[in-house]
Structure formats: structure tokens, C-alpha cells
Design a protein. Sequence first.
Lengths: 284, 148, 172
Amino acid sequence: MSYDYHEPHSLDDALALLTRFGDDGHLMAGGTATVLLMRQGLLRPAHVVSLRTIDGLSGIARTPQGGLRIGAMATHRAVERSDAARGYSPALVDAFASVATVRIRNQATVGGNLAHADPAQDPPPMLAALNATITVRSPRGERTEAVETLAVDHFTTSLSHDEVITSVLLPPILPGTREVYLKFLPQTADDYATVSVAATLRFADDATVADVRIVLGAVGPTTIRAKRVEDALRGARPTPERIRDAAALVRDEVDPLDDLRGSADYKREMARVWTERALAALTR
Amino acid sequence: MKFTHTATVAASRDRVWAKLMDIPAAARCVPGVASVRAAGSDKYLGTLAVQVGPVRLVLDGDLVVTARDEKAGTASVKADAKDSRVGGAIRATMALHLSEKEDETELRIATDLAVMGRIGEFGQAVIKRKADQLMQDFADCLARQVMR
Amino acid sequence: MSTHRLRFTLNGTPRELEIAADRLLIDVIRDDCGATGTKLGCGVGICGTCSVLVDGELVSACLVPAVFVDGRSLTTVEGLAQDGELTPLQDAFIRDGGFQCGICTPGQLIAATALLREHPRPDGREVRDWMMGNLCRCTGYYGIERAIMRASGAGGQSDGRGLGGQRPPSLS
């Protein structure tokens, strides 16, 4: 590791630095992933631009409409401890609380997690299931992007090098909606998931499924939205048989790899099992 | 790490063979390959740039055709390359096999890839996915070029 | 490489250092400040041996760029006992056999200190959940859990399940 370190005091200054350094610059939020990549020798930026000294990027608050806004520099633990976040969705808090250890959650940030685009991370599937969007600033202005489409490959997002995630916006949750985050961890609790399932489901007045979103983690190069499972449930009465048949469709939607957490075939099967469990939990 | 890729080309086996054995042209079908040049008989030098998220690798190395049998439609290729910036190396042996089926030719590439040094820090899963993408793109590109 | 002037307090004592941009907190604490109670274990944020408190928050010193602690207050294992008086937690670690070889103990003590500040009377599951990320290669987990329970005022009552396990989901 050998780099020049910069602590801009405004977002505009940070953007100017990122523009100036181009591919030689690397943005650092909490630093957990960046420090690891640098220590491993995989990442060798000439300049590190820190967001640490920029005010106003770490708040967590309900929006007037009933949604939730999380500043990109809020730590995972800040979300975990936030009454606003818990009031919005306990399942969202579960997803953040599932990440690694207290120590990592005290340092790792919400924006950094999304920018790192690790497909096995816990928050992205839950944020995507809750239909979250991120706000992105660049010298060209501000834009929004769905969390669901942010990651495009392993550790790769659609962000360009001069774009900074400033906040995550979660829309209001419609009445009658339930949410769940399930993480399948056969080994230690600080491990990455073998498969994780984030799901939201809203019942119509006639007890059919008005809407459902299912997003899986750790079983593809990005998080995977299980659209065929959703389609098989929307408008239907979620009986155990219907759920079982719908969950079986997830096997063809995921794209897992063999690794030390299991073979691809095993993970496909676990994706089915845990999708069924998530849906059972939401319709019980 | 072992994987197998196949691509079907709507051309005769002879045409696919000729394309495949023009190594500098065939190598350009691998995304990220630059400057492949001959360095002796059946030996070539070149670079391959690979990007995974924020990590950029520039693999410098050589490629040797260790065996070829036009009659059987088989060839063996060995590639050795290293990245001096990140620190690490790869070694790949590829067994190529062409088989004619009616008007089409099936190209089959069996790869055995070894990853050494820091590049291994990516984790086998990511490396395998990346190598998988590269080889499939290569096979598809080759198929397109022959048919052109 | 750029250098940076760093001002922080270490266990209550103000420190001022000039450091290179890429220094990690663990190295500054040990090498520049001479506070070698904090140990370096895995170096990748997993084992918990380098646990320290930054403004009271538990972090892995091996993952924190030292420049991040400018203006902050640091607590390491050396800062727990006051005027030679051990904290109840340290005392409980001794009485309940909360350590064996001792290499993980500074990290265990710091992690447990943070736990008891946030949950003064944790139940066994809360202790295991929190301490799960602090590895003891002697596997002395029962003693550690017992000590934390004793220090919390629960009188060393553990449910005997040891550290580890999985969090159940909650529904909304």
C-alpha cells in the first residue's frame, strides 16, 4: 500500500478529486473492503479519496411519505440501532445485523456495501426486495438508480469512477405488506451466506397475493430477483402447495458457483428450500 | 480449476481448423487480449487485460501450441502469464477438439487453469466465473468469425 | 505518499503523530505508541484479536486506516484498569478462567467491555452473538462467557451452550 490520502470537506471537492485522479483514484467510505483489497495487493490506487470528513452523509430518518432515507456513510450498526429503521422494517434491520461481526458493522457503511457489489452480502437483496433506490452524485449532477440494477457483475457496479452514492431511499411500505430476510449459514454466524433470501409480500383484501418481491443473495454474480417465482404467486392464494411449486422455479433463476460453501447443485437446492421457507414465513 | 466450453459453428471442420490455428487472429477473440505476436515456431507472446470490479490485471505471457493433429482435429495449447503489478500468475492448458456434424462443426475446449500468487485472493469462484466468461466469449467470437 | 498529522487520545492520554497515509491503526498503536497489549491476529478483520474501541465503538484495528482516528478517542486493553484497579470484567476473567494461552484476551476484554456498555445485563444468547467474532484458539469459550455473565451481575450463570450459533429471523 502506498498512496496519497485526501479528506475533502464537501461532496463537490470529493467529486473534483475523483475527476482529477480518474482511474488512479479510489473512493473510500468505511474502508473495510478497500483496506482488505489493498492489503491483499489486489487494489493499488495512487490516490484514496475519503468521505469521512464530509458532513451530512450519515443520517437515518423516515421521509414525510413514510419511507426511509439512509445516508451512504451510515454504518451498518447505525442502521441496526436506528429506531427509524426498525420502525420502517425490522427485516431491513435483520439484514444489516446479519453482516459479519459487530466490529465490521461499526466500520462498514451502507453506501460502501452497495458500491463494493459483493453478491454474497446481506443488505443488497433486502434493499432490492424493498424496492430501494440510491441517489448518486457526479460532476454531471444527481441521478437515482434502483439497488436491484446497481450491481452488474461480481464486485462491479454500473457506477462510473466519478460517481458517489450519497443516500439510499426506501419507499413507503404499503399496508398489508410483510417482509423477511433469511440467511442460510451452515457454519459460523459471521460467515457469508450459502444462500440468502429477502422477500416482501402484500396481501390483497381477498387474501390473494397482491404483490411479491423475492431477491436472493450469494447464488449468482449479483443479487438475483426471482421473477418466475413472483409471477407464479401474484394474484394467487398462497397455499403451501402453491408456495412449494413456485419456490421450485427458483432453481432455474439462480446461477451459483461451486465453492467451499457447497456445490452449485446444492446451492440451487438450498435456494429452493430457503425461498419456500421465506414465503412460508410471510404467509403463515 | 477445470471447465469445458463448446460452440457450434456453421462451417466445415477444415475452415474452423484453419481459423483456430491462426493463433494471433484467434487470440484476438479473447476479450482483453492485446498484441499477440509470434516468437518462434508455435510460440506466441501477448498480454491479456482483465478487470474484476476495482481490480485490474495485466497478464503478460506466452502461449505455446504443444501438440496438433489436423487429421484428428485436436490441438493442445499451454499458456503461462503473470501480472507483475498485483503479483501473481496463471497457467492454463487447453485441449481443443473439433468434430464435424453434418454441415456444422463443434468446437470443444477443455481448460485446466491454475492460479498462483495474489490473483488467487479473488477466490476461486470469481476466477472461475471470469475465466468461464472469457472462454465462452472466445468460442462464440471464433464461431462468428468463421461464419463471416 | 502523503503524510498526515494525527491528534487523538489513547486511553485518555493526548497523542500527536505524523504518519504516512497507508498506516493501519494496529501498527500505530503498537509501533508508534508502544501500546503492545493489542495483538495482531489474522490481519483481515475476522479473528477479533486486535479489537479496540474508537469513540467507544468496537472495531478491528487491523482494518482501520490510522488517518481515520484523527480527533477520536481510543481505548485499548491498557486503558481498562484505572489506577491499578482491575475492572469487574477483568477480575471475572481471572476468577472464571476467561483465558488460557492469553493471546486473544486483550481483544476479548475489549469486545466484552463494549458489550456490557451497550447491554449491561446480556443474556447468554446476546453474549454469544456479540462475542462470536472474537476467536479463542484454545477454545476457552465457556470460561469467557462465564466471566462476562459474572461481570454483568448474572453471577456466572450461563445456559451452557457455549459461543456461536445462528440468529433466528424476525418477521414484521
